[in-house]
Write a protein that binds this ligand. Structure first.
Ligand code: NAD
Ligand code: ZN
Length: 248
């Protein structure tokens, strides 16, 4: 009979030792890492506002047709996010960064919680809800107002401001994408946390790392399409698994 707890202990030990010896680590996070802070994932329950699905509001077409409605939705999301704190999983990544010579954190999350926790080298490939971008002059600025004034105007050119997040049907910021792909190709160890593995191109980062010879570990509460690709899948909550690994 297989001793499951012993296997689990050996697995945590293996991951910890790879963490300690790797000179370059890339971490990719998705909505799952923020779930334990109380932020619903898009595919989970509790993400709806006035019965709109995110796909109906987070598009350039929706903003063009009704910027007021889209800003009202973002004001609702800002209100939900403002009091929320990072959880032990976010803090574990701050600790890993502190111990690693070359560390890159790529996140699909727009909640800004990695920065709030203290992570430094963060690439927000889907943008950040606490930043706004001018639709006319393109300037990007921090904005923590809750609620935002509707409709918000650019201080430089008076153009209409939009949330600085990547919407459905939009391209990812090219520089961030390129830097992420390069980091994935060059890392020794990749840790993929709380992402469904179906949103491209982030889903391909694990593949790139694997094909380039990295050791790739996934942490998720369930198996995903990425589970077929990675070296190890740890099933469980991000905060619990990361806390276990860090204390190993
Ligand atoms: P997703 O909602 O598609 O998937 C979340 C994944 O996390 C799932 O695989 C789920 O099994 C896993 N998960 C849930 N709770 C977990 C936990 N406690 N520990 C570990 N894993 C857990 O999210 P996605 O793959 O990141 O992509 C969806 C898109 O939605 C992204 O582009 C993102 O920008 C956006 N989004 C962002 C936020 C945020 O900023 N916090 C929230 C919702 C959606
Ligand atoms: Zn402007």
């Amino acid at each position: 009979m297989i001793d499951v707890s012993r296997f689990y202990f050996i697995l945590m030990d293996e991951i910890k030792s790879k963490l300690n010896t790797s000179q370059s680590i890339v971490v990719l996070t998705g909505a799952g890492i923020s779930a334990e802070s109380g932020i619903p994932t898009f595919r989970g329950q509790g993400g709806l506002w006035r019965n709109f699905r995110p796909e109906q509001l987070a598009t350039p077409e929706a903003f063009e047709a009704n910027p007021q409605l889209v800003w009202e939705w973002y004001n609702w999301r800002r209100e939900l996010l403002a009091p929320i704190s990072p959880n032990p999983a976010h803090y574990a990544l701050v600790e890993i960064e502190r111990q690693t010579p070359q560390f890159t954190l790529i996140t699909q999350n727009v909640d800004g919680l990695h920065g709030k926790a203290g992570s430094r080298n963060v690439i927000e490939i889907h943008g950040n809800i606490w930043k706004v971008k001018c639709t006319q002059c393109g300037s990007i600025t921090d904005n923590f107002d809750v609620p935002m004034q509707i409709l918000p105007a650019c201080q430089i050119c008076d153009g209409l401001l939009r949330p600085n997040v990547v919407w459905f049907g939009e391209m990812l910021p090219q520089e961030e994408l390129y830097t992420s792909q390069r980091a994935a190709a060059e890392c020794e160890f990749m840790l993929i946390i709380g992402t469904s593995g179906i949103v491209q191109p982030a889903a391909s980062f694990g593949l790139i790392a694997k094909q380039s010879g990295a050791y790739v570990v996934e942490i998720n509460i369930e198996r995903t399409p990425l589970s077929e690709v990675v070296d190890r899948t740890c099933i469980g909550k991000a905060s619990e698994i990361l806390t276990r690994i860090m204390s190993q």
